[in-house]
Design a protein around this ligand. Structure first.
Ligand SMILES: C[S@@+](CC[C@H](N)C(=O)[O-])C[C@H]1O[C@@H](n2cnc3c(N)ncnc32)[C@H](O)[C@@H]1O
Length: 220
């Protein structure tokens, strides 16, 4: 079994938070940056498409929840749990969304909660897998599946390299804090280790700048 320090140093190599990217750890800067490049409409349309079906009594787990972008687009009555490794994001969530959810500061794979087995109607990991090694990504899929009810779904959204992508888009994607950006097939191969049913879409026009994402919906 690996020690806590081995666990941390292995994970840190896949997430760059030095230089200019360091300032994104400030939740206000992160929100400003996200709204500036994405425009709120594209993001809310995608969140509605996947999570608009949730309502009273449904339970949602948001892994790598960041500053809680998804919380703004949920229908009332959805029970929300979010976790992220960034302490400053969790602190800001506890102030901005007090009473609207439960927030935990932890890394993927650090804690396995037996009480969450088969508990969630939906799981979200928006912008997370490209921060994770293959090994940690597989821990993520394993945990998501364990926490999902039969019939529940898991949505992942990640920066992607793909055929026909412009050089500028590839360059912008390469500057991400997450340093494990993959091709569509590589993301699907990871998901298929735990989910036999995976729907996907490639989106190339979601930001105000050239950039592409790959969305997967994995069904238990
Ligand atoms: C691109 S941001 C997306 C945040 C949020 N889901 C959103 O849509 O705005 C990726 C998030 O994953 C978190 N993260 C990266 N690696 C992580 C890990 N190993 N465990 C938990 N959170 C992680 C980062 O702190 C960051 O908040």
């Amino acid at each position: 079994m690996q020690s806590q320090s081995e666990f941390m140093s292995k994970q840190e190599t896949t997430h760059v938070n030095t230089g200019i990217r360091k300032i994104l750890e400030d939740p206000r800067v992160y929100d400003l940056w996200r709204n500036l490049i994405s425009g709120k409409n594209n993001r809310s349309k995608r969140d509605d498409k996947y999570f608009g079906v949730l309502g009273e009594g449904d339970k949602l787990l948001d892994i790598g929840c960041g500053t809680g972008a998804l919380l703004d687009h949920l229908n009332p009555g959805v029970e929300y749990h979010g976790f992220d490794m960034e302490e400053s994001y969790i602190e800001s969530l506890n102030i901005k969304y007090k009473g609207k959810g439960k927030f935990y500061c932890e890394r993927v794979g650090e804690v396995m909660r037996e009480e969450w087995k088969d508990y969630f109607t939906a799981v979200n990991a928006h912008g997370l897998i490209h921060h994770l090694s293959d090994e940690d990504s597989l821990s993520l899929f394993e945990a998501a599946k364990y926490y999902m009810k039969p019939g529940a779904f898991f949505v992942t959204v990640d920066s992607v390299y793909h055929d026909g992508q412009s050089k500028l888009s590839k360059w912008i994607v390469s500057k991400d804090r997450g340093q494990n950006i993959r091709t569509p097939q590589q993301y699907i191969d990871l998901a298929k280790k735990y989910f036999s049913k995976v729907e996907s879409e490639l989106v190339t026009d979601h930001l105000r700048i050239p950039h592409s994402i790959f969305v997967m919906k994995c069904i238990k």
